[in-house]
Design a protein around this ligand. Structure first.
Ligand code: COA
Ligand code: MG
Length: 288
């Protein structure tokens, strides 16, 4: 799976932002057709994204397109207008059912077969950001085309009538439900946007908390958010060293016939080994 520590959106009709995004060294570039685009600019966004996919070099950044929600009336033309130009993935917002993911998956498969592209090569990432979406995570997460679930905080808050606060305690249940569903189905979990994009300190705190919850990445909306977020979702030297130490000592202790042992005054057993292995996996995915 592509590393997705930071997933940067820009409105699909903002050509300058699309070209700017190529210079940022960001893991994922997601050209938006949905809520970042005014109703009067939807057609323009489709055309600009199609052009970007054909003409621009995205380098190592993943090229994604966010279509409008399934059922919005825009979705069919959204997906058809860009699919021939082979995006690496499609982001579907406000997903509430398996059937909605499957709708996209069937269109993608037809295109893959028609163009001679590998079946399942175009991945799907879904936004789960409504009360129904959270209730139906179990069926949504099971779709084989999925790589990731993206938690949409503002849409979710609106969906349940919550008042947003800086610490986001009002979102904790849903934010954790997404991580649990992702872990159960081996998907990436991509955390909420920090809309106060000028506040870098708050962004670092929110990113680190998301990482501690188990998220593997975060949505962003501004170039200044790339570095803080990619750093927060890359295990640091100390964490990597500790994880390596646990993996090495665990093997020795198993050979000695001990399931649990002490390391620097702390008990280590199987769950700590598994957590250490996850750290190493994430470090590798981030190119460390
Ligand atoms: N992607 C790429 N480049 C971006 C960008 C983005 N999301 N947001 C801003 N930039 C660029 C600007 O074009 C500008 O480039 P320049 O220096 O070459 O002229 C530079 O970064 C600085 O931008 P700034 O002036 O600080 O931002 P702004 O005030 O013009 O715009 C926002 C602020 C929030 C409106 C804008 O960042 C934005 O539209 N973000 C995306 C919103 C979105 O997609 N929402 C839907 C998904 S949640
Ligand atoms: Mg949204």
């Amino acid at each position: 799976m592509h590393a997705r520590r930071a997933l940067l959106y820009m409105p699909g009709n903002q050509w300058k932002m699309i070209t700017k995004s190529l210079t940022l060294g960001v893991d994922c570039i997601c050209m938006d057709m949905e809520d970042g685009v005014a109703l009067s600019k939807k057609t323009e966004a489709r055309a600009a994204i199609a052009k970007a996919l054909q003409e621009l070099d995205f380098g190592k950044s993943e090229k994604l397109v966010r279509i409008n929600a399934v059922g919005s009336g825009w979705e069919q033309q959204d997906i058809e207008s860009i699919l021939p130009y082979q995006p690496q993935g499609i982001v579907i917002p406000k997903v509430e059912s398996f059937a909605q993911v499957n709708w996209a998956s069937q269109i993608l498969e037809a295109a893959e077969l028609a163009h001679g592209w590998r079946v399942n090569s175009i991945r799907v990432l879904v936004g789960v950001e409504t009360a129904r979406g959270i209730l139906n995570l179990n069926e949504i997460a099971a779709h084989p085309r999925l790589d990731a679930i993206i938690f949409g905080a503002e849409d979710f808050a609106a969906s349940i009538g919550a008042t947003r606060t800086v610490g986001a305690l009002e979102l904790l249940y849903a934010r954790q439900a997404v991580v649990v569903a992702c872990a159960a189905y081996n998907l990436q979990a991509i955390d909420m946007v920090a809309i106060d994009y000028k506040n870098t300190e708050a962004l670092r705190i929110e990113s680190e908390f998301g990482a501690r919850l188990g998220y593997s990445g975060k949505q962003i909306i501004h170039p200044a958010q790339v570095e803080p977020v990619q750093t927060a979702f890359t295990p640091d030297e100390e964490t990597i060293a500790r994880a390596k130490q646990i993996i090495e000592t665990f093997e020795v202790s198993q050979k000695e016939g001990k399931g649990a042992y002490a390391l620097d005054g702390k008990m280590i057993d199987m769950p700590l080994l598994k957590n250490a292995q996850k750290v190493i996996e994430r470090a590798r995915a981030a190119g460390r």
